[in-house]
Design a protein around this ligand. Structure first.
Ligand SMILES: Cc1cc2nc3c(=O)[nH]c(=O)nc-3n(C[C@H](O)[C@H](O)[C@H](O)COP(=O)(O)OP(=O)(O)OC[C@H]3O[C@@H](n4cnc5c(N)ncnc54)[C@H](O)[C@@H]3O)c2cc1C
Length: 380
């Protein structure tokens, strides 16, 4: 039996656990200091921007597409396995373009997406007026509609992944902190390029021996990697958001995609309720910004500018969360920790952790599964 420890049960750790639960011969344990989906994941809006991103090729685009394809398959499978409903909006994403924006870029993207079999459409203001009467189009020149993109409830999804993975034998230890990683066995002479191996993790409830360690700890990844003398600098970027309620749904009740304008999302929840957000507030050094009224109000004003009916909405609740953003390098980080043969990083997903969780899980599975197949980790 090959023992895998995953640190962190946000969307990334939960997705990895679910993906690994399909590999025979693995014993998987997930540790989290809290219950699942409490940190960044618990604050996320779950907007899955795949086709509508400006990327036309490369690894990041492949990860986006793989993830959305996985979600289309995962959600019904998870609902069937757990009996839990997961809110999953299949009506796509509508992104507004404002005066001064380069519409030609979007027209080029639409042509590329057509060849990729991943269509997006450009809607003019006449179509927008007909289909989305709730919008104020004064500053709007057009919109991009991406029917293949999605939105999912991140907390319900994470809980379902946990339940489905547990059914398949994954062990979850919540309220358990991974406190350290004991000294490593060096498997090459110090004179050669040192590759180390991690044999156990210390937790608040004792030592756990492992063959693989997956660090999916979001902001908690920095101290864990520092303990391994390979610090990965992940910084907190604050996001504030709100749930609001109107007497009736915005626009046509049958046409309720996520609407995005000026980097603000309006996410339909049903029954006239919406999520609106989020701020993007950078830290000072490593110190996170603190939630404040003015920054949150600025997001609401932006949303009201293109969707005036929101001015009459009742705010049901507000919240904030910290996105894990890698400092000085692109998000996310899904790779082996340098210098260690059996420590994998699945962290630093910043603004797209919900979107990229399935593709991250597939990549981690390939790294572990490849080695299990090669029999590298199984003790003789
Ligand atoms: C307001 C807001 C809106 C967002 N909207 C979107 C969106 O629309 N779409 C999208 O894709 N993404 C969105 N995001 C980003 C997304 O939330 C993150 O990228 C994602 O949740 C990261 O998931 P994670 O599992 O890596 O981290 P987290 O959810 O932060 O989970 C990490 C877990 O590790 C645990 N942990 C840390 N250290 C330890 C330790 N030593 N021992 C045990 N446990 C430990 C923590 O308790 C935590 O549960 C948003 C984020 C915010 C804040």
């Amino acid at each position: 039996m090959t023992h895998v420890a995953i640190v962190g049960c946000g969307i990334v750790g939960a997705a990895i656990a679910y993906e690994l639960s399909e590999i025979p011969g693995l014993s998987v344990t997930v540790f989290d200091r809290q219950p699942p989906a409490q940190a960044s994941t618990g604050a996320a809006l779950g907007v899955l921007m795949g086709a509508i991103s400006q990327k036309t090729r490369g690894n990041n685009l492949r990860l986006r597409r793989l993830s959305i394809e996985r979600y289309n398959a995962w959600i019904p499978a998870l609902e069937a396995a757990t009996g839990q409903a997961i809110r999953f909006n299949r009506q796509g994403i509508l992104r507004l373009c404002f005066e001064g924006e380069d519409l030609a870029r979007w027209q080029q993207l639409a042509a590329v997406r057509q060849t990729q079999g991943w269509p997006i459409e450009i809607l003019d203001c006449a179509q927008l007026t007909a289909d989305y009467p709730q919008l104020n189009l004064e500053q709007v020149t057009a919109a991009i509609y991406s029917p293949c993109d999605r939105q999912v409830d991140p907390t319900a999804l994470t809980l379902a992944l946990v339940a489905a993975a547990a059914q398949k034998g994954v062990t979850f230890q919540f309220d358990t902190i991974v406190t350290g990683i004991p000294p490593m066995e060096r498997i090459t002479p110090p004179s050669e390029s040192a590759v180390q191996r991690c044999q156990s993790v210390e937790t608040s409830v004792g030592l756990q021996s492992i063959d693989w360690l997956v660090i999916a700890a979001g902001l908690g990844s920095t101290p864990l990697t520092a303990a391994l003398q390979q610090p990965v600098d992940i910084r907190p970027v604050l996001g504030q958001a709100a749930q609001v309620k109107l007497h009736s749904p915005l626009g046509k009740s049958t046409l309720q995609p996520v609407i995005t304008g000026d980097d603000v999302h309006i996410v339909p929840l049903g029954q006239g309720e919406y999520w609106v957000g989020a701020t993007v507030e950078f830290p000072t050094g490593t110190t996170a910004a603190t939630p404040s009224g003015p920054a949150f109000d600025a997001v609401m004003y932006k949303a009201i500018a293109f969707c005036p009916a929101l001015a009459d909405a009742t705010i049901v609740r507000t919240w904030s969360g910290l996105r894990p953003r890698p400092e000085g390098r692109p998000a996310p980080i899904v790779e082996r920790l340098p210098g260690y043969e059996n420590v994998l990083l699945a962290t630093g997903h910043y603004r797209n952790g919900v979107l990229l969780a399935p593709a991250t899980a597939v990549k981690i599975r390939q790294m572990i599964d490849g080695d299990v197949l090669n029999d590298k980790t199984v003790a003789p």
